[in-house]
Design a protein around this ligand. Structure first.
Ligand SMILES: *Cc1c(COP(=O)(O)O)cnc(C)c1O
Length: 393
């Protein structure tokens, strides 16, 4: 072992611990659900999964995955552009395009990878990327991989976006990128206004809809929710959150998808999804298409949970979606809150810097369609007890 590296690693880790930014990893010993087993504790109320609709452990998805393993095996054996494309991958992309009401889609290994795949592939050194300051880390990394210049606008601030567009008039192409639903606050990007500004300045738009996928617009995402899906050039969705499996995709015109198929590096240089992943995802899309009750239950549950927290006096921020932050502030206090909740049999994890700004630490709660109202009632009792003990309410 190189001692120089080891010493550096050890000082980095120490520094995280001193700043209360070091986070232990919890280990789940059951399927993802409303109640889970974690670190040897059973039946914890789970308020931290992105498994919004409960699809991750749905019998139809499991059956589809098992059947695909029997029919096609465990792995794809190559990258998509060599001989890793199986009929299941093609079927999934066609299903997704129909579901999203777009011409075409391309599936990547994850939402993170989709951002790394698309952003550098559709921009060049004479372009400008204009990006919301609170966009997801994978957008930030995708932008870093691009040769284009970048401008960051203030969060959902249309005056700031307009300034950035005005200042990039000489660019060959302009690309505005925003999250559809912001993952830490649960607010929704003002897509109507963004579409208007983009038109005025001849810019294209990309919406990363990881937390909108399966949640807004009957599962079709934020653009569909606002009825602007024909005006968003690039929609990114994830198959790893509400859709319950794993993957990310880009939805857009056939020309866009054709180009990505030729040039997006994760598509060219990283192996295709296992057949079980594609098959389970197909089953999930079919469920979302035929059974709107899942999304309805998610929103009803989210409303119940939010009202309960607010009645207790918690600050749930500016959320407009099921993502429900409980604002705490100090990092150390948020971690104390998380620990105390765990002792009360509630798993609700703290989110601290660098995922959110310093001093804006929070417990991010994710109500889902899997929860029963009694789960929320029990969790509210725990939040009340801990909130009083730590002087939050
Ligand atoms: C979670 C998330 C991603 C990454 O999606 P994965 O499929 O989990 O890789 C990308 N963008 C946003 C906005 C996200 O919230």
């Amino acid at each position: 072992m190189n001692q120089n590296l080891q010493t550096w690693l050890s000082s980095q880790i120490e520094s995280l611990k001193e700043q209360n930014l070091y986070k232990p990893t919890f280990v789940m010993e059951s399927p993802s659900g409303g109640r889970i087993h974690v670190n040897g504790h059973s039946n914890l109320i789970n308020l931290s999964s992105n498994n919004y609709l409960g699809l991750a452990n749905h019998p139809k998805l499991k059956a589809a995955a098992i059947k695909a393993v029997e029919q096609y095996g465990a792995g794809a054996g190559a990258v998509r552009t060599i001989i890793g494309t199986m009929s299941l991958h093609v079927e999934l992309e066609q299903k997704l395009a129909a579901f999203k009401h777009v011409e075409s889609t391309i599936v990547f290994q994850s939402g993170f990878t989709a951002n790394a795949g698309v952003i550098p592939t559709i921009t060049d050194s004479d372009d400008v990327i204009i990006t919301d300051e609170l966009n997801h880390a994978s957008i930030i990394d995708g932008v870093r991989l691009s040769k284009a210049a970048r401008k960051i606008y203030k969060h959902c601030d249309m005056t700031s976006l307009k300034e950035a567009l005005e200042q990039s008039a000489e660019a060959k192409k302009r690309l505005v990128i925003t999250d559809g639903v912001f993952s830490m606050d649960g607010d929704i990007a003002p897509l109507h206004e963004i579409v208007d500004l983009a038109k005025e300045f001849d810019a294209s738009i990309m919406v990363d809809d990881a937390h909108g996928s399966g949640v807004l617009g009957g599962g079709r995402g934020t653009a569909y929710h606002f009825g602007v899906h024909n005006e968003i050039d690039i929609q990114l969705g994830t198959l790893s959150k509400a859709v319950g499996v794993m993957g990310g995709y880009i939805a857009g015109t056939s020309m866009l998808i054709d180009w990505l198929t030729q040039r997006a590096r994760p598509f060219l240089f990283s192996t295709a999804h296992p057949p079980a992943t594609a098959a389970a995802t197909i089953a999930a899309i079919e469920l979302m298409e035929t059974d709107p009750s899942l999304t309805q239950r998610l929103w009803d549950n989210a409303a119940y949970w939010k009202i309960g927290l607010r009645n207790l006096g918690f600050d749930t921020g500016i959320s407009e979606t099921p993502i429900t932050p409980v604002m705490i502030g100090e990092e150390a206090k948020a971690l104390d809150f998380q620990r105390a909740l765990f002792e009360e049999n509630v798993l609700a994890l703290a989110i601290v810097f660098p995922t959110v700004s310093r001093g804006k630490a929070r417990i991010r709660t994710m109500p889902s369609a899997m929860h029963h109202l009694e789960d929320f009632d029990d969790a509210l009792k725990a939040f009340e007890k801990v909130g009083k003990k730590l002087d939050i309410i």
